[in-house]
Design a protein around this ligand. Structure first.
Ligand code: CMX
Ligand code: CO
Length: 137
């Protein structure tokens, strides 16, 4: 076991919504938080808005196409919390550690995320029902 924890901070809590503009307007008006970054991630078929809360973000996500993982998820479960992103110093090392312990992962190797990050997703099946994203800034 390493002396230091692998997860250093909560990077974001991702929330799947049908209407991104309406959700952004709600967070801004009700909680006074602001959009710091907005991006369409073609590979994942999502558009995201990142709203800063202290050192972390709320990541509002909406699908851009029907085969997006977020579209499929919302069909089954409706809107709501989709995944948690944790900051790590070294995404590849963190991913290898999870794999070495026999847990199921989605990304076999780190890949580009939004805003220039490097990310890897861990499968919810062996993660007690939560989709986990490892985020290296
Ligand atoms: N949270 C918890 N469980 C989830 C889940 C989620 N977000 N998404 C799917 N699951 C569960 C399903 O309930 C299902 O469980 P059961 O078999 O018990 O019913 C199982 O995982 C498989 O789900 P599925 O509907 O068959 O969905 P797929 O296999 O098509 O895909 C997943 C599931 C997690 C592999 C896929 O959503 C994925 O690759 N996600 C990672 C990428 C992603 O979400 N990108 C968008 C975000 C971009 C960003 O954050 O920057
Ligand atoms: Co995310």
């Amino acid at each position: 076991m390493p002396a230091e924890p692998v997860l250093t901070e909560i990077d974001h809590v991702a929330i799947a919504v049908r209407d991104l503009d309406a959700a952004v307007a709600y967070y801004e008006a009700a909680y006074g938080v602001e959009v710091e970054h907005r991006e369409t991630v073609e590979r994942d078929g999502v558009e995201e808005a990142l709203l800063r809360v202290a050192d972390s973000y709320v990541q509002l996500l909406t699908p851009t196409r029907d085969d997006s993982p977020v579209a499929k998820w919302m069909e089954k479960r409706g809107e709501g919390i989709h995944h948690v992103g944790y900051r790590v110093d070294d995404c590849a090392a963190a991913l290898e550690r999870v794999k070495a312990q026999g847990h199921q992962v989605i990304d076999d190797a780190p890949r580009p995320g939004s805003r220039g990050t490097t990310v890897a997703f861990i499968h919810p099946k062996t993660a007690f029902g939560t989709l986990i994203e490892l985020v290296q800034e």
